[in-house]
Write a protein that binds this ligand. Structure first.
Ligand code: NAD
Length: 236
C-alpha cells in the first residue's frame, strides 16, 4: 500500500508555531501582502527580513509534537510513504520523517533573489547581497511565486499512485498544494482529513476526522499497532 500525507500549518500549531489563518494566526497581526511577497521584499526588505528573523527565532525554540512523531511511526505501516508538507519549519525532519517534500521551502535556508543560489543561513536581520549582486532572501515560496518545479512534480507523481491520501492541518486555500487532495481522490485514493475545523476538502473526504492532529494521529498509530485497519496498510 502507498500512502501520501499532505501537511499544513495546523500540524505545527501544537508545537507553538502560529498558523496563518486561525484566530491567533500570524495574519491576524500582520498582512501577508506586507510581509510574504516579492513586492513586499523589494519595497521594504528590512521589514520582511526582521519578520523572518522573528519567525526563525520562534521556530528554532520549538520541538516536534506528538503529531510529527506519529507521522514518523506511520511510515512503518506502508510499503511506500511520502510526506508532502507546506510547512517551512523543518519539524517533520527534526522528528525523524524521511521522504519529506517541502513544497514551500524552508525558513532556515536562504537564497539569492536574482540567481537562486542557496547560501548559508543569515543570522541577522539586515540585507546581504550575493556575488551576483542579487539580494539574499529566505528560501521560502512567497505569495504569487511558483513552487519548486521538481518537488511539486514528484508530489503529483506520488499522489496519483496513492492508495491512501491523508490531509492534515491545512485550510486547503493555498494552490497548487491544495489541488493534491482532489487529484488523489480522482486517482482512486481513499481520502482522509484531520482538522478541528471543516474545510473545502472535508466534503470530498471519505473520512473527515474532526480534532487536533497531536491527539488523533497518535490514536491512529495505536489502532494500527493493534491490528485495526490492516486492510489499508498491508505491505503489498
Ligand atoms: P492555514 O493557516 O491556512 O491553515 C491551518 C489549518 O490548520 C486550519 O484549517 C486549521 O483549522 C488547522 N489546524 C489548527 N490547529 C490544528 C491542529 N492542532 N491539528 C490539525 N489541524 C489544525 O495553513 P496552511 O493551510 O498550511 O496554509 C498554507 C501556508 O501556510 C503555506 O504557505 C505554509 O508555508 C504556510 N505556513 C507554514 C507554517 C509552518 O511552517 N509551521 C506556519 C504558518 C504558515
Amino acid at each position: 500500500m502507498t500512502a501520501v500525507v499532505l501537511t499544513g500549518a495546523g500540524v505545527s500549531a501544537e508545537s507553538g508555531v502560529p498558523t496563518f489563518r486561525g484566530n491567533d494566526g500570524l495574519w491576524s497581526q500582520f498582512s501577508p501582502e506586507e510581509l510574504a511577497s516579492v513586492d513586499a521584499f523589494l519595497a521594504n526588505p528590512d521589514l520582511v527580513l526582521r519578520w523572518y528573523a522573528w519567525r526563525r527565532e520562534l521556530i528554532a525554540k520549538v520541538l516536534p509534537n506528538p503529531a510529527h512523531h506519529a507521522l514518523v511511526a506511520l511510515e512503518n505501516f506502508f510499503s511506500r510513504f511520502t510526506l508532502v508538507t507546506q510547512n517551512v519549519d523543518g519539524l517533520h525532519q527534526a522528528a525523524g520523517s524521511k521522504n519529506v517534500l517541502e513544497l514551500h521551502g524552508n525558513i532556515f535556508r536562504n537564497k539569492c533573489h536574482r540567481c537562486g543560489e542557496q547560501c548559508s543561513t543569515q543570522t541577522d536581520d539586515t540585507i546581504h547581497f550575493c556575488r551576483c549582486g542579487g539580494a539574499i532572501r529566505p528560501d521560502v515560496v512567497w505569495f504569487g511565486e511558483m513552487l519548486p518545479e521538481k518537488t511539486f512534480e514528484i508530489a503529483v507523481r506520488h499522489t496519483r499512485k496513492a492508495d491512501i491520501f491523508l490531509v492534515i492541518g491545512t485550510s486547503g486555500l493555498v494552490y497548487p498544494a491544495a489541488s493534491l487532495p482532489s487529484l488523489a481522490r480522482e486517482s482512486g485514493a481513499l481520502l482522509v482529513e484531520i482538522n478541528p475545523e471543516k474545510t473545502d476538502i472535508s466534503r470530498s473526504a471519505d473520512y473527515y476526522l474532526q480534532g487536533k492532529a497531536g491527539e488523533l494521529l497518535p490514536t491512529l498509530v495505536r489502532c494500527l499497532q493493534q491490528g485495526v485497519f490492516t486492510e489499508f496498510t498491508s505491505k503489498t
